[in-house]
Design a protein around this ligand. Structure first.
Ligand SMILES: [Zn+2]
Length: 281
């Protein structure tokens, strides 16, 4: 341990400053989205079986809804711009803009050089949870995804149904890419329904039993054409462990909903980011 300077307490007492004040972000028209959702019809439905992933496509202007069925289960979500896999969900920047966990009226942002909203959360039946006494909350953008490499590093295992592998297979199925070409497009996730935080004493990433129950759902509006993949994590509700077959696991349902014609009057898809990309030269 290094020796603290005489003014250590004073330095620690400096109040924090929000890195990215987000009050200048474009504000989504939540009333318009709500009225469009009220008249929307389910046009497709797919199930991510336990310890497997599914894929789905959502046109810009449609909604997709992830629902817990049968039992408490968390899901790892990847999103790409359908037709351009290089534009994908940017978990880290979404965290920087909105915080460690996301809910209604917050957005999932895409990677550079696009940095535009891919999807907007319009319904979250776990919105009541807030931040619990341990600092835990739901729908995080702090975890990466369970993966076989970390398992091998820590325990020497060869496990094939981590979310990383499930998402890799789902993307391969959706695009026809061989597994090893699909894998680099898999990225850090939105942990749907997962309850996570950081311990105050050691700063370690923790998980705890998800408060999700069958019927709970998270509904998002697609701002651009999306290809999505959702893995029903082998951790189940993530109350004990992941990266093995020991936890109770349940499926997750993904429905795509199309609003009625004319229901989105006034909405326009987000344009590409305005930075000129000259990088100072
Ligand atoms: Zn997982």
């Amino acid at each position: 341990m290094t020796q603290a300077p005489p003014d250590a307490d004073a330095r620690r007492a400096i109040p924090p400053v929000i890195c990215y004040p987000n009050d200048t972000l474009p504000v989504p028209d939540m009333a318009l989205y709500a009225s469009a959702l009220a008249g929307a019809q389910v046009v497709s439905s797919v199930l991510a079986p336990p310890r497997e992933a599914c894929h789905f496509r959502v046109r810009a202007g449609q909604f997709f809804r992830i629902t817990s069925v049968d039992g408490p289960q968390v899901g790892d979500l990847n999103l790409w711009h359908d037709g351009d896999l290089t534009e994908r969900f940017y978990s880290g920047k979404t965290r920087a803009l909105h915080g460690t966990h996301v809910s209604t009226a917050e957005r999932l942002w895409s990677s550079f050089p696009h940095l535009r909203p891919m999807a907007t959360i319009v319904e979250d039946t776990l919105g009541w949870y807030g931040i619990d006494g341990f600092g835990g909350s739901v729908h995080d953008v702090i975890g990466t995804r369970c993966d076989p490499y970390t398992g091998n590093l820590l325990a020497g295992t060869q496990y094939h149904h981590c979310c990383h592998s499930n998402l890799t297979r789902a993307l391969s199925d959706a695009t026809g890419l061989p597994l090893l070409e699909a894998e680099p497009h898999v990225h850090d996730v939105l942990n749907v329904f997962m309850c996570t935080g950081f311990t105050r004493d050691t700063g370690q990433y923790f998980m705890k039993a998800s408060p999700v129950r069958p019927g709970d759902h998270l509904t998002l509006f697609a701002e651009i054409d999306l290809l999505g993949a959702l893995s029903a994590c082998p951790g189940g509700d993530c109350s004990a462990q992941h990266s093995s077959d020991s936890a109770a696991c349940f499926p997750l349902q993904v429905e795509v909903l199309a609003p009625a014609a004319g229901a989105l009057q006034g909405w326009n898809p987000p344009v590409a980011n305005g930075y000129n990309r000259s990088h100072g030269r």
